[in-house]
Ligand binder design. Structure first.
Ligand SMILES: *Cc1c(COP(=O)(O)O)cnc(C)c1O
Length: 432
């Protein structure tokens, strides 16, 4: 940790923030509680960088947890937002911009025939669940340990005490009555999923999954796991929901579903599609989506849904990621980073490995890339925390918890990545 703690403006702001806001933050991970120390208060960002209240520059590897895929404050995105804002911020009536982004999403994501815009990923998954339950007339849902789908009540659930028992709330304030409908299974465990469908398949409304998990560090689903999930859902009349809030437009233009070649019934999107402003969405087969109000019986609404300024940022971002070679460059940047970090760790004799899928990456202080939540949790957290703070001192900002994926943007050039790897080489020596 830095030695100038007492004079840091970040410290002063953090102390002040805690007076008016619980924990000083508006989303828990920002508080640095997993890694310790003082969160950095960000004053501005540009390209692959942001600056904190002390004026210190960081290479940013969270990119607002995904949205900043074309780099911070991209001139075209900023211009689109300014132009939209000048015409009024919100109308509570439909606009042409909403049609355009809906058409673009339907064109780009293979399984989406119709889409509804909302303002957060939480709303998107919550509404997709309601639709799945409404469409099937069933209550039970299946999720996987370590997958995060936002903070709706039925999704804040961890595995129960035994196999195929229903879950326990992970938050106080979530009634047992809600989570008794949520079955929590192990990620990448096909036999368990088969057992669940065998014993209660005709009561399962849906399976919701992050096809590339980014909320238990980075863990890929095996193709067989997703394939079997698709078959079981089809066989038993359950709705398959891909939560691509993080991996959509991140692992590739058509999301994880295009990469794996698997067609979900519903997809939740967020993060990238807002380009840094609050846009999220859920969509899928038209026949399902037609069950939504105002034409169907499943209710859902939002004062700021399809907000014109937010849609302008999202639409411009979706145009920019379609520039030729964008995802090739993004993927190459993430690979270069993970390879460079792994080489540097090896030189320092530190157990370390990494993985990258498109523009998201994970690194693990362990010898093997994990494929389940349990394996990920077994990583060396102490060493991660020392690495995190060492890198922060060096001006590199990774996610402030071992349990999070990282993100590169189109502005993370080879030079930026190499600067990061050089810093890591110094830090690995110090923490070895
Ligand atoms: C971030 C995220 C969410 C929640 O989105 P919010 O906009 O934070 O509500 C849901 N699912 C996944 C996979 C996410 O990464």
């Amino acid at each position: 940790m830095s030695t100038d703690q007492t004079t840091s403006k970040n410290d002063l702001l953090f102390a002040r923030a805690q007076q008016s806001t619980p924990g000083g933050v508006n989303s828990p991970v920002r508080a640095f509680r997993s890694v310790g120390g003082t969160p950095r208060f960000i004053t501005r960002a540009e390209g692959p960088y942001f600056w904190d209240a002390d004026g210190k520059r960081y290479i940013d590897y969270i990119g607002s947890w995904g949205p900043a895929i074309v780099g911070h404050a991209h001139p075209q995105v900023v211009k689109a937002v300014q132009d939209a804002a000048a015409n009024g911020l919100s109308f509570g009536a439909p606009t042409q911009g909403e049609i355009e982004i809906a058409e673009e999403i339907c064109r780009l994501v293979p399984s989406i025939e119709q889409v509804r815009l909302v303002s957060s990923g939480t709303e998107a998954t919550m509404s997709a669940l309601r639709l799945a339950r409404g469409a099937t007339g069933r209550d039970k849902i299946v999720k996987f340990e370590g997958c995060y789908h936002g903070h709706a009540d039925s999704l804040l659930v961890k595995a129960g005490s035994g196999l195929l028992t229903f879950g326990n709330p992970t938050s106080s304030g979530v009634p047992e009555d809600f989570v008794k409908h949520t079955l929590v299974l192990d990620y990448n465990n096909i036999p368990q999923l088969e057992d669940a469908f065998e014993s209660m398949g005709d009561t399962i409304a849906c399976v919701i999954v992050e096809p590339v998990a980014g909320n238990m560090n980075l863990i890929r689903a095996t193709p067989e796991f997703l394939q079997r999930m698709r078959e079981l859902c089809t066989e038993h009349g359950a709705v398959l929901i891909f939560d691509e809030v993080m991996c959509g437009f991140r692992v590739g233009l058509g999301g994880a579903q295009e990469m794996y070649g698997i067609t979900p019934d519903l997809t939740a999107l967020g993060k990238v599609i807002g380009g840094g402003l609050p846009v999220a969405a859920f969509g899928g087969r038209a026949e399902l989506m037609q069950k939504m109000a105002p034409i169907g019986p499943v209710y859902q609404a939002g004062t700021l849904s399809g907000n014109p300024v937010a849609v302008a940022a999202g639409m411009t971002t979706l145009k920019l990621v379609q520039e030729p070679g964008f995802y090739e460059r993004l993927g190459a940047a993430a690979q270069r980073l993970v390879q460079g970090l792994s080489d540097a760790a090896r030189e320092a004799d530190i157990p370390f490995c990494g993985d990258a899928v498109g523009g998201m990456f994970g690194f693990y202080f362990s010898n093997n890339v994990p494929s389940t939540y349990g394996q990920m949790m077994a990583g060396d957290k102490e060493r991660f925390n020392r690495f995190f703070h060492g890198m922060l001192d060096e001006g590199v900002y990774f996610a402030p918890a071992m349990f999070e994926a990282g993100f590169v943007s189109g502005q993370h050039t080879d030079a930026v990545i190499d600067e990061t790897i050089e810093a890591a080489r110094r830090v690995f020596k110090r923490i070895g």
